[in-house]
Write a protein that binds this ligand. Structure first.
Ligand code: SF4
Ligand code: SF4
Length: 114
């Protein structure tokens, strides 16, 4: 996994159940998910012999993202958990974590602050 992706707001990424799961019976092999996921993350690979996408690096998935699910027009992608799980995760974050990150972001990107 890329170093900067190993921790999500102070939680080890490998402790969070958020990553795409492909139903191979529904996957048509179109490749849309492979090209949709950002190059920094590269969650998917592609099996040319079987003509199917495969999940290679699940923990590189951005927590809360579902872009590939939306882009899969064959409904072949799902996640182990739902958005209630994500809401609980965010609720449990210590207040100071997001406050500190927000402060840093606004200080380093002045155009966002008004
Ligand atoms: S977008 Fe869906 S159908 Fe296309 S390769 Fe990915 S999982 Fe398979
Ligand atoms: S949910 Fe987002 S980050 Fe995760 S695999 Fe899909 S496109 Fe990539």
């Amino acid at each position: 996994m890329v170093g900067e992706l190993t921790v999500w707001h102070g939680i080890n990424r490998n402790e969070i159940d958020w990553f795409p799961v492909i139903d191979p019976d529904k996957c048509t092999g179109c490749g849309m998910c492979v090209v949709t996921c950002g190059e920094k993350r590269n969650v998917f690979g592609y099996d040319r012999k079987l003509k199917k996408a495969v999940v290679l690096n699940p923990d590189n998935c951005m927590v809360g993202c579902n872009n590939c699910q939306v882009s899969c027009l064959w409904n072949a992608i799902s996640y182990p958990e739902n958005t209630d799980y994500l809401r609980d995760l965010v609720r449990k974050l210590p207040d100071e974590v997001l406050e500190r990150e927000l402060k840093n972001k606004l200080e380093t990107t002045p155009g966002l602050k008004f």
